[in-house]
Design a protein around this ligand. Structure first.
Ligand code: 8YV
Length: 321
């Protein structure tokens, strides 16, 4: 029996891919760093039964409508804003993502970003490494406390709940806003549900964990930043486009808010001359929320298992709803 053809849009480690070769005929793009060109993606999608895709691959109506072979697209991420889900539904192509396996890891990174920004850890580490630590002074690199402060989480999904748990461990007061209330999490974790406006005006740390949708595009804009506390720190570990980057730059630069910790940007990779990179109060990371070795391996295995399950006629393990 011929093995179904599957295309992976980045070079993944052989030790992950090889174990699937017995049942799948797998080809990969030959770079781990560079995205596959759109033309190649389109060409491959016309012959493949399964595609493993990255957030940087636009899986649009053109791709989804021009294929007679494609049955499943497995996105190597929990988010799927790069995929036209309506079009996939219309063409009866299953889309899967990688929830759960990355929840703890992404929550860890979100909290690390909060702590790094609040306690000015990058500035401090840089000073020591550059040999610029010449004296001690009472306010040398004094940052903001974390314990007993209020964290406001916007988007109480799986990752939000774990960030809330981490925050409770640091004796923080946790408030949240979400489309729907999470009674169980409120009881178990001692969270308080508040309106979006209330959260913005009362949190010391405003943490974005919302997915990117038409409603959340530029949710964090100049008006919202102007209603935050002067000492507020904004953390974004979800999607860059939920914030207006230039408005954030102005808010930090003018002292309207104290700082920001960002793992995501409107355009990734962020360009080296972006004004946000000039602010010492802003911590910038290269979208590494789920980037632990353990988790990235689990995400890759889950993606390939989703492909295998669908192509063998079983249901997908983690389909996008
Ligand atoms: C991605 C992410 O996994 O899962 C998501 O939605 O944003 C990240 O964890 C990473 O960017 C690889 O696509």
């Amino acid at each position: 029996m011929t093995k179904p053809y599957v295309y992976i849009t980045r070079k993944l480690p052989d030790d992950v891919v090889d174990s699937f070769r017995e049942k799948l005929n797998i080809n990969m793009w030959d770079s781990a760093e560079e995205s596959v060109p759109y033309k190649k993606l389109l060409e491959e999608s016309k012959k493949a039964e399964g595609l493993v895709t990255m957030l940087s691959d636009p899986i649009d109506e053109t791709i989804l409508s021009q294929t007679d072979t494609l049955k499943v697209v497995a996105n190597l991420a929990v988010g799927f804003d790069n995929i036209d889900i309506e079009s996939a539904k219309k063409h009866r192509i299953t889309v899967t993502n990688t929830p759960d396996v990355l929840t703890d890891t992404t929550a860890d990174l979100t909290f690390a970003l909060l702590m790094t920004t609040a306690r000015r850890i990058l500035e401090a580490a840089d000073m020591v490494k550059k040999g610029e630590w010449e004296h001690w002074s009472p306010l040398l690199l004094a940052g903001s406390d974390i314990h007993h402060k209020t964290i406001g989480i916007v988007g109480m999904g799986r990752i939000g709940e774990v960030v809330a748990k981490r925050a409770r461990g640091f004796d923080m007061n946790v408030i949240y806003h979400n489309r729907t209330r999470k009674q169980k999490a409120e009881e178990e974790l001692g969270l308080n549900y508040v309106s979006f406006d209330q959260l913005i005006s009362s949190a010391d740390f405003v943490v974005s964990l919302v997915p990117l949708t038409d409603e959340t595009h530029h949710l964090f804009n100049a008006n919202v930043f102007s209603h935050m506390k002067d000492e507020a720190i904004f953390i974004n570990a979800s999607r860059g486009k939920v914030m207006d980057e230039m408005a954030l730059y102005e808010a930090v630069k003018s002292g309207e808010i104290r700082g920001a910790g960002l793992d995501v940007f409107e355009d990734e990779p962020i360009s080296a001359d972006h004004p946000l990179l000039t602010l010492k109060e802003v911590t910038c990371l290269p979208h590494i929320g789920s980037a632990s070795l353990e988790t990235r391996y689990q995400m890759m295995e889950l993606s390939l298992n989703n492909i295998l399950q669908v192509l063998e006629g079983n249901g997908p393990m983690t389909a996008v709803d």
